[in-house]
Design a protein around this ligand. Structure first.
Ligand SMILES: Cc1cc2nc3c(=O)[nH]c(=O)nc-3n(C[C@H](O)[C@H](O)[C@H](O)COP(=O)(O)O)c2cc1C
Length: 375
């Protein structure tokens, strides 16, 4: 599965029940130092760490560098096409026996069967498992962006019907992104929230759905701060919103993306929706950030803010209607196996990774290349 970015090429390969998954990345100049810490952190945050929301399928997710990163005293240095693999260790194809002829409603099973005449075990290349190599690529991108002064942070804004704190309720976060202090706390949490107070009621929402063999959805928000006005993006098809949305929709189970105040702008008057301009410390900025840091497809200097809607996990043990494809008989399906009861929680680092890749592609486009910007 190859990306269609402009300067950066990202190819993710493997399947849920294959020997391994992995990623090949090209387009990053040679000679750039990396600690690899962001990769390790994103993989750790994506892991199933025993919460009620996560699959009991436990994976070590130890990235193995095949090429493209040379070991140095301080860490690594980029050197050609990066190829990194992750072993699939904890595979149980038996759990999926009946889903190879009976598609799981709203998973990729039926659409893939219509395209290819078969349903792959464990969701094949459509599985959330493929977001492990996505986080590897995202971690490299995030570290490169950090060395340009661009900071990213994603967190949960709602679970099922329960809303938590959001950039929409925090003018500070909407304007400047998540503070460094909150970012450190959020990135160390197994249930990342802007304000911890919603944790109990949100986890209870997941627990009660799971107890009924059901699942819940959620909204992940992401902010990227430190991007100069005019630096990234361009008009029409080259817009920054298009590029970020393109990348974020690569994450399975994403069903909506909005920037800034998004859909609610449609119900406002211009006088309410517009972000008034002002001058602060000799720089032009806006008093509000309902545009989500992007105007005309170009970064406007404010934090880029976006919300990403995740569907409830399609695989639920509660009986659902489906079809036995071998004889087109309608049937009932109660799904077995180990599934997340709320994808949104483990998807937080996946969103951050997808946004980082889109932004890195823009960084690679500017002026004389990224080398000039890395401090
Ligand atoms: C981190 C992550 C974990 C996921 N885990 C599961 C899972 O355990 N069970 C499941 O049915 N779907 C899971 N999914 C979602 C499916 O892969 C996804 O819904 C499916 O491929 C159909 O794609 P769509 O929802 O984008 O249309 C997961 C997605 C992500 C990002």
């Amino acid at each position: 599965m190859k990306s269609n970015f402009e300067k950066l090429q990202v190819e993710i390969f493997g399947e849920s029940h294959a020997e391994e998954t992995g990623v090949r990345i090209s387009g990053i100049p040679g000679g750039i130092e990396l600690t690899f810490d962001c990769v390790k952190s994103l993989l750790e945050r994506r892991k199933s760490r025993g919460g009620v929301w996560a699959t009991p399928r436990k994976e070590e997710d130890e990235p193995v560098i095949i090429s493209g990163l040379k070991k140095t005293d301080k860490g690594y240095v980029t050197d050609g096409v990066i190829d990194i693999r992750i072993k699939n260790a904890n595979v149980r194809p038996k759990d999926y026996d009946n889903s190879l002829t009976v598609p799981r409603p709203s998973h990729a099973d039926f659409a893939a069967y219509a395209k290819e005449g078969r349903i792959s075990s464990g969701g094949g290349r459509f599985s959330g498992r493929l977001t492990a190599p996505l986080c590897v690529a995202g971690g490299i991108a995030e570290e490169l962006l950090a060395s340009m002064g661009i900071r990213m942070c994603a967190y949960l804004a709602s679970i099922g019907g329960v809303k938590g704190a959001s950039y929409k309720t925090s003018p500070e976060v909407a304007l400047y992104g998540v503070s460094e202090e909150d970012e450190a706390r959020i990135k160390n949490s197994d249930f990342p929230l802007l304000d911890e107070r919603a944790r109990e009621i949100m986890t209870e929402e997941i627990r009660s759905a799971a107890a009924e063999g059901d699942s819940v959805g959620g909204v992940v928000e992401c902010t990227a701060s430190g991007i100069e006005a005019g630096l990234f993006g361009d008009a029409l098809f080259e817009g920054l919103e298009s590029k970020i949305a393109y990348s974020v929709y690569a994450v399975p189970a994403v069903k909506g993306v909005e920037f800034g105040s998004g859909f609610s702008l449609a119900g406002m008057r211009g006088s309410e929706a517009n972000d008034a301009l002002t001058v602060e410390n000799g720089e032009v900025r806006t008093l509000t950030n309902r545009s989500g840091g992007i105007n005309g497809g170009i970064s406007n200097g404010m934090a880029i803010t976006l919300s990403v809607a995740f569907r409830p996990t399609p695989s639920i043990s509660k009986p659902q209607r489906s079809v036995e494809l071998s004889d087109l008989r309608e049937c009932e399906l109660a799904i077995k196996g180990r599934h997340d009861s709320c994808i949104a929680v483990r998807a937080v680092p996946c969103v951050e990774s997808a946004v980082a890749l889109a932004l890195l592609d823009e960084a690679l486009k500017i002026r004389d290349g990224i080398e000039l910007y890395i401090k």
